[in-house]
Design a protein around this ligand. Structure first.
Ligand SMILES: NC(=O)c1ccc[n+]([C@@H]2O[C@H](COP(=O)([O-])OP(=O)(O)OC[C@H]3O[C@@H](n4cnc5c(N)ncnc54)[C@H](O)[C@@H]3O)[C@@H](O)[C@H]2O)c1
Length: 309
């Protein structure tokens, strides 16, 4: 089987390439990326084909899709703050780009397409846990773009019979996640600060909580979904129902770090939600055997990776 990963040079994409190459049923992996936030890597494996191209260019997406059996659509401009600064680019890449991927998949006869949505679609809805049937109330252009992503995927399933799976990711973390740009996620930001002996910056009081999900679980679910042609007519949370506050994360990091951790509290950021925790029942019914590392253990692994231990 040959698989195309859009955004395959980003954080989750690079981890997924490595995961797929360990899978006997996978013959070749293509990545389509314009390196907006991803990094060009030289993978010393003849089974990997890195294609430079832009999701906004339909012909480029169509060419990249020809002959593959599955597409994992991860390519996007992620980050809530980025979308507040530049909503038009977020829409063009995330929404129009998704339409291009689905249309190319249909034209190329691709068997399975999974798309990356986000817990941010729940937005202002305060109910916990986040069960997929809750009303979606996006708070940012990014969240709107992810709602469009999953809606397009499900509409292509009902309209054209495409096998699709829209997965809502919840704060994914792990090795290869970048900390070196202004829109970096919280765990890599914390780890980079620790490595540089700088204080950790927390936006808000640190009691906001997230269902942090190891990238190993995400890549395992994506791999099993495409190998088994897992579909769902509705979006599916990809997280396990845990909820950890930033202050708790800092406490766990203090147990790993040899020096006292300094923390600076800054005002909360617009568009950020207070709490996030998934219901994982639907995921469990579709892919019951997703590998699920325990949070503290996965945090230790990524701490070791960042510190070069
Ligand atoms: N990391 C998380 O916690 C999280 C949470 C929810 C949803 N998601 C979604 O998962 C997906 C992957 O996220 P990630 O954390 O790996 O982010 P990332 O920024 O590391 O990866 C995104 C990739 O898309 C590429 N890209 C951006 N614009 C492009 C364009 N116009 N054409 C081609 N490629 C383009 C980037 O260069 C990058 O390699 C995204 O769709 C994101 O919205 C991630």
């Amino acid at each position: 089987m040959e698989v195309l990963i859009t955004g395959g040079c980003g954080f989750i994409g690079t981890n997924l390439v490595d995961r797929l190459l360990r899978e006997p049923g996978i013959d070749r992996v293509r990545t389509l990326d314009n390196y907006a936030t991803g990094i060009r890597r030289v993978v010393a494996d003849a089974r990997v084909w890195e294609i430079e191209g832009d999701l906004r260019d339909y012909d480029a997406v169509l060419r990249a899709s020809a002959g593959v059996q599955a597409i994992v659509h991860l390519g996007a401009l992620p980050s809530v703050p980025r979308s507040l600064h530049d909503p038009m680019s977020t829409n063009n890449v995330n929404v129009t780009g998704t339409l291009h991927v689905l249309e190319a998949a249909r034209a190329s006869g691709v068997n399975h397409v999974s798309v990356a949505s986000s817990s941010s679609v729940y937005g202002a809805n305060p109910a916990l846990p986040k069960i997929e049937t809750l009303a979606t109330l996006p708070l940012s252009p990014y969240a709107v773009s992810k709602l469009a992503t999953e809606s397009y995927a499900n509409a292509y399933a009902t309209s054209f019979g495409l096998h699709t799976l829209a997965l809502r990711f919840f704060n994914v973390f792990g090795p290869l996640q970048r900390a070196d740009h202004v829109y970096a996620a919280v765990i890599p930001r914390f780890l980079a600060a620790l490595k540089n002996d700088e204080p950790l910056t927390v936006f808000g009081d640190g009691e906001q909580s997230r269902d942090f999900t190891s990238v190993h679980a995400v890549t395992d679910a994506l791999t099993k979904a495409l190998l088994r042609t897992v579909t769902s007519p509705t979006p599916v949370n990809l997280a396990f129902g845990t909820r950890t506050s930033l202050n708790t994360v800092i406490g766990l990091l203090q147990q790993l770090h040899p020096r006292p951790i300094q923390v600076t509290y800054a005002p909360g950021r617009a568009g950020d939600v207070a709490h996030s925790q998934a219901s994982s029942a639907l995921l469990g019914s579709l892919i019951p055997d997703v590998e699920r590392p325990e949070f503290a253990l996965a945090l230790r692994q990524v701490y070791d990776w960042y510190m070069g231990l």
